[in-house]
Ligand binder design. Sequence first.
Ligand SMILES: Cc1cc2nc3c(=O)[nH]c(=O)nc-3n(C[C@H](O)[C@H](O)[C@H](O)COP(=O)(O)OP(=O)(O)OC[C@H]3O[C@@H](n4cnc5c(N)ncnc54)[C@H](O)[C@@H]3O)c2cc1C
Ligand code: FES
Length: 248
Amino acid sequence: MYTQVKFCKIVGKREIAKNQVELLLENETLAKEAQPGQFVHINIGSDKHILRRPISICDAYDNITRIVFEIKGDGTEILSKKSVGEIIDLLGPLGTGFTVKKDAKAVVLGGGLGSFPLLYLAKNLTNPKVFLGFRDKEMVCMEEDFASCGPTVIATDNGTYGYNGFAINAAKEAMEDCDIIYACGPTPMLKAVKMIAQEKGIKAEISMEQRMGCGIGACLVCVCKTKSGYDKVCQKGPVFDASEVEFE
Ligand SMILES: Cc1cc2nc3c(=O)[nH]c(=O)nc-3n(C[C@H](O)[C@H](O)[C@H](O)COP(=O)(O)OP(=O)(O)OC[C@H]3O[C@@H](n4cnc5c(N)ncnc54)[C@H](O)[C@@H]3O)c2cc1C
Ligand code: FES
């Protein structure tokens, strides 16, 4: 695990959908170490907000790590105001990511913010079937990125773009005929993935996005219930085998 602070220069920034910001961070070591499903813990550089904010690694190549985040509260708002050329500090890459089964028949399922960590994974799989859900058309992003990895279905909750309804419903048939499901998104979606995987005897890996404090295993803020007791999502996860997680 790498816990040393890394300094990254922001070398790209754009709004890729409503309230969703992409930053390209330059740091060769970070980009080389990053594994699909891991995250970085970012110091947003405000005296009033001392806790770092966890953001997933969306992609990594050459000396660049790409992150995408939705502006939710003060922390992400401040981060969204950073400019190209500024230096930010972060811890990472942190946590345990996905098991990359390159040639498996894979379904990649993302809901909202949960779509962002899945791109780097999808890029490392051979022709995965991708299903991504967003609230509405204004939130849809990264369709072309995912489509370059494998067949991609976009779903919107209100039917304003693509499949009308939840991504998990669009993915139902594909999930019943695959070797592994990789998922990240809202808890009800992850619960449903666990149930389907259990019923069909399919392996599933789910990424749990708990609230975090330290990000490095010291504070216990992030624990989730698993078969073996309570595990720290920042270390044992954020990716877990679905069969391990005990949803409350
Ligand atoms: C491992 C991990 C990876 C993540 N990756 C991404 C990512 O790639 N892109 C992205 O946009 N977000 C991601 N998140 C969520 C992100 O960390 C939070 O949205 C962010 O910390 C909110 O900070 P804030 O100061 O803007 O909002 P706050 O003022 O702290 O909170 C505003 C709202 O966001 C909600 N929120 C806060 N923390 C979380 C959380 N951990 N998960 C879900 N909702 C939260 C709060 O309940 C509240 O409603 C990730 C979270 C974790 C744990
Ligand atoms: S966030 Fe502190 S132990 Fe996980």
